[in-house]
Structures are given as C-alpha cells and as structure tokens.
Write a protein that binds this ligand. Structure first.
Ligand code: ZN
Ligand code: ZN
Length: 339
C-alpha cells in the first residue's frame, strides 16, 4: 500500500492542545543529558564492549554451551527486532499500524535493546531523516568534511560520539505523538527498568536451567553483555558504515548505502539506501535476495491480524525511486520507464 505522505519531514504536531510540562520531559533527563546520565551511558557502552573483546579468548578456554549461545541469539534478535520493527519502522516512520498489545510489546522489546528510551530514540531518528547528512543530522559521518582524516573522525562520531553530545533533540517537537500516549511515555521513562530486565533474564534462565551459579554467570556474560555489545555495534553501524559505503541504487539526498554483509545481523536495516529513498516502506530489502527479517515478521503480524495498513512497496513505487545509473539497469524484464 502506498500513501501520499511518504516522508516524515516533520513529526505530526499535536493539534491545538499544548503538551503539558510533565508530559514534555518524556525521558529521563529531558532535553539535556545530565552528567550522571553521561556516566551511565559510558558504562553501558564500555562494559559490554570489553565483554565482547574478552569473548573470543574466553570462548576458547571455557567453550560456549548451547544454552549460552541460545540465550545470546534469542535476546539479540528480540532486542534487534524490537528496535527495527518497533522503534524504527512503526514508531518513527509509521510504516504499519499495530493493535495495542503488539504496540506495547514492540515498545518493551525495543527498550530491552538498551539503546536509550523510546521517545528519545524516535526523536533522534526523525531528526536524522529530516537533515540526513546535512547540518542538523545528529549522527552523520560527514560532519567534519570529506577528507580521509575528517571521515575517520566522522565515522567515530556517527558510531558512538554523537550519543555524548549534550544537545538533545527536542522531543516535544519531534515526537509529540508518542508523548501524548500515556503508556508509551511510561515505557520510555521506565528505561532503567527494561534495561535491568534485559540484563537479568539471561542469567536467571541460565542459572535455573543448569541449577548453578556458574550457569547464571555464563548466561550473563554471553546472553547479556556480549549480546548487548554486539547489538549496539550493529545498530550504530547503520549510522556510520551505511552512511559512508554501500551501493546506492535508489535516489536519496544523502549518502546512505545498501550494505549486504550487515543484513542478517541488522535484521534487514542495512538496506539503508532504499530506506532513505522511501522511509515509510515496511520493507527495506526490496530487491531479489535481500534478506529482511523485520519485513518477514511484519508480514506474519499482518497475517495474524496484529498489524494492519502496512505500507508494502509496490513495484512501480520501487522503480520510481531508482537512479537511472547502475541500479536502474537491474529492472530485468520490467518495461523501462522514461528516465
Ligand atoms: Zn540513515
Ligand atoms: Zn529511518
């Protein structure tokens, strides 16, 4: 299904009624990050990252149990799809509508990815689309210029550095629709709670299944720390790598690219060039063989009746967004439209 408004240039404004002050600070810390939050953020980035670095040599020594591996994979994809289907395609871009229980489940699953509170995530991402790779984009790798050293610095910025920027995206301006929803606002504010749940479940399961403290410990190491680190880096790679390299078969006014080798780990989000060319499309991997597990799950949700009004991209809509260059030559037997 296609719709007239295909790009969220600006978030929908709350009609008429101003948002009350309590509602406006929808996330902890409001518009400016406090230093305590900066420190917490640093810990949440550094500790899992160190765990990831330690993972390979430790795996050699301990061996990894199937249970630990299962916890890692399960919680990885739970959080990943919470972000991609929930925070990104549903809450940020409205690429489908969700029945209430699915909406709540997606908000919680996305919060368990430990990537910041829902409302802040959505506000930052809408701003990213509004200014993509131009001044105002919260995380463009081209921020410092186009020379190699500038790009290196920019990649670091787009990957991690931007999160420590004191200046925050105004949530009232970019996410008034979410702030108006009491439950979503509460889930966003309970970010610390969902982080604890996300980190505590793997060791709890690991400990109970093996009935040992060691099982709880390795469950925590693999299912919590290594999992969060891996998911963080994959998500941030969409901001850094997918705005620096990759094929660009579709028209977009930024440097977004399709990066095939991140498709499985990023749950289909690394087809990022198509996403910037058609932000509300429920499917990002639109070409043959482009894996997009998020789109597959949205389809299943639609079949179950939990998701509706899904914006599936039609063939003509996809073709209208192709560049006339190399991407355009892959139309196969489709009639070539006037370029
Ligand atoms: Zn982007
Ligand atoms: Zn987006």
């Amino acid at each position: 299904m296609t719709s007239s408004s295909d790009v969220i240039e600006d978030a929908p404004q709350a009609p008429g009624q101003p948002i009350d002050a309590a509602a406006a600070s929808a996330t902890l810390g409001g518009e400016k990050k406090r230093s305590i939050e900066q420190i917490a953020l640093l810990i949440f980035i550094i500790v899992p990252f160190l765990a990831l670095l330690a993972a390979v040599p430790l795996a050699w020594g301990w061996g990894v149990s199937w249970l630990d591996l299962g916890l890692l994979v399960f919680f990885y994809y739970l959080g990943c799809h919470g972000i991609t289907i929930g925070f990104h395609r549903h809450f940020t871009h409205g690429s489908f509508k969700a029945k209430r229980p699915l909406k709540i489940a997606l908000a919680i699953a996305g919060s368990m990815a430990v990537e910041g509170p829902l409302v802040r995530w959505v506000a930052d991402h809408r701003k990213h689309h509004k200014f993509s790779d131009a001044e105002g984009d919260p995380h463009s790798p081209w921020r410092f210029g186009e020379t190699l050293p500038a790009l290196m610095k920019g990649l670091w910025w787009a990957h991690i550095g931007w999160m420590f920027d004191e200046e925050q995206t105004p949530q009232e301006k970019y996410a008034p629709d979410l702030i108006k929803d009491k439950t979503l606002r509460a889930i966003s504010r309970q970010f610390v709670l969902w982080t604890v749940v996300s980190l505590a479940l793997p060791p709890l399961i690991g400990g109970l299944v093996t009935m040992s403290w060691w099982g709880a410990f390795t469950g925590f190491f693999w299912g919590s720390l290594v999992r969060v680190a891996l998911l963080h880096h994959v998500t941030w790679s969409i901001n850094s790598i997918c705005h620096a390299v990759g094929k660009r078969p579709f028209k977009s006014r930024d440097r977004s690219g399709n990066v095939w080798w991140l498709a499985v780990l990023s749950c289909g989000e690394s087809w990022h060039n198509l996403h910037h060319a058609d932000p509300t499309s429920a499917r990002h991997g639109v070409m043959r063989g482009q894996l997009d597990s998020s789109a597959r799950l949205i389809r299943w949700f639609e079949m179950a009746g939990w998701a509706y009004d899904v914006r599936w991209p039609s063939r003509s809509r996809i073709d209208s967004r192709r560049t006339t260059g190399e991407g355009g030559s892959r139309r196969g037997k489709e009639p070539v439209e006037a370029a």
